[in-house]
Design a protein around this ligand. Structure first.
Ligand code: AQP
Length: 351
């Protein structure tokens, strides 16, 4: 059986990158798969979060999921810390993952900055918790932005090592499932989860620097469009977005080496549901002074209904909490079975 899992950290305001790279794609996937969408609060605290801001951001991310069109009845929406099995499975996986694997993670290097000694141990083992988030539900597909590709590979490595190290126990207990991996048929307890990374906005870049991804934690608010920004803020940020002095090219190849131009065209294409080539066929030859207002108008048209819905949900925090609590109960029913089976495979006396 196929299942989707994905999440966003409540580490600040959701931005256009989170929306186009992740949440908007989830809305479509929920027609085809059973889905579990998590607000990953335990990931957020790998760097210090002001407690009150974290409470608010957790509800805000949940509100964004609902406002974007996720159905919490048909699917599962919850916050990670309410399901203790995530942290428990992460420990078991910390004993599977190798230090060498963690040492290769580029996100740790980026987020820890120069002073690695001062980073939390949680930030270092973040990818193990992410593997646990996914595998607690034995999810087969994870829609993410391009930045999460390496973490997904690590999740597969952890699943494969577990399946290999405990192959005999898995078979003896009859807990293995057969999986088709391309040409090959493999047997194991945990699936080798596939990332779903597609569309024109798998990596939305900062509006101020085309070499950095748009990020919640960028100190400059001008670098990102938040889902809660109003029309004036969106227009101002796009007007101030860094570009180059040349006109738009008429073909995609002409965007090479023009990161900022590429980014704005990609944002427009994603918002419009069109291919970049199609956008350039229409706007090639125009100056940014003409193109930017068109991008701003479309961003406002797409985002304004979502932010209005978010405000409506946020006006009733108790309502959001009830949805998260209900989702957590249903999530826990699945995750607790995985934990019980994983422990029994590993030889940990439980029941
Ligand atoms: N710039 C982006 N373009 C496309 N997709 C993106 N995602 C994040 N940034 C972009 C996708 O959004 C989902 C949730 O990300 P996250 O909150 O779990 O963590 P992150 O990737 O670390 O996001 P941020 O915004 O950069 O947060 P901070 O600043 O706190 O680290 C993921 O699917 C991610 O790929």
């Amino acid at each position: 059986t196929q299942r989707i899992f994905s999440g966003v950290q409540p580490s600040g305001n959701l931005h256009l990158g989170n929306y186009l790279g992740a949440v908007r794609r989830w809305v479509k996937l929920q027609d085809d798969y059973p889905c579990i969408f998590c607000v990953v609060d335990l990931h957020a605290i790998t760097v210090y979060q002001d407690p009150e801001a974290l409470e608010h951001a957790t509800r805000e991310v949940a509100a964004a999921y609902l406002a974007a069109g996720i159905d919490p009845q048909q699917h599962i929406v919850f916050n990670q810390s309410r399901v203790p099995e995530h942290a428990e499975l992460a420990w078991l996986f910390n004993c599977i993952v190798r230090l060498g694997w963690l040492n290769r993670m580029t996100q740790f290097k980026d987020k820890a900055g120069k002073d690695k000694e001062a980073a939390s141990a949680g930030l270092y083992v973040y990818p193990t918790l992410m593997a646990a988030d996914i595998l607690a539900y034995r999810a087969t597909h994870v829609p993410v932005g391009d930045d999460q590709k390496q973490h997904l590979e690590l999740t597969r490595d952890i699943a494969a090592k577990f399946n290999h190290d405990y192959a005999d126990r898995i078979a003896a207990k009859g807990l293995g499932v057969t999986m088709q991996m391309g040409e090959e048929t493999v047997e194991g307890y945990f699936p080798l989860t596939e990332p779903l990374i597609d569309g024109p906005a798998t990596r939305v870049m900062s509006l101020r620097d085309g070499s950095k991804k748009m990020s919640k934690s960028d100190p400059s608010d001008l670098s990102r469009i938040n889902l809660t920004d109003d029309a004036d803020q969106i227009a101002k940020k796009i007007r101030k977005a860094k570009t180059d002095p040349d006109a738009l090219p008429s073909e995609v190849a002409g965007l090479a080496g023009r990161a900022e131009a590429d980014n704005l065209v990609g944002i427009f294409a994603a918002l419009a549901g069109r291919a970049k080539a199609d956008v350039l066929a229409e706007y090639g030859g125009r100056q940014f002074s003409e193109f930017k207002p068109v991008v701003a108008d479309l961003a406002v048209a797409v985002l304004a209904p979502i932010s209005a819905e978010m405000r409506r949900y946020l006006a009733d925090p108790a309502g959001i909490d009830a949805i998260l609590r209900d989702g957590a109960e249903r999530a826990r029913a699945i995750a607790s079975q995985t934990i019980a089976e994983t422990k029994s495979i590993m030889g940990l006396l439980d029941q």
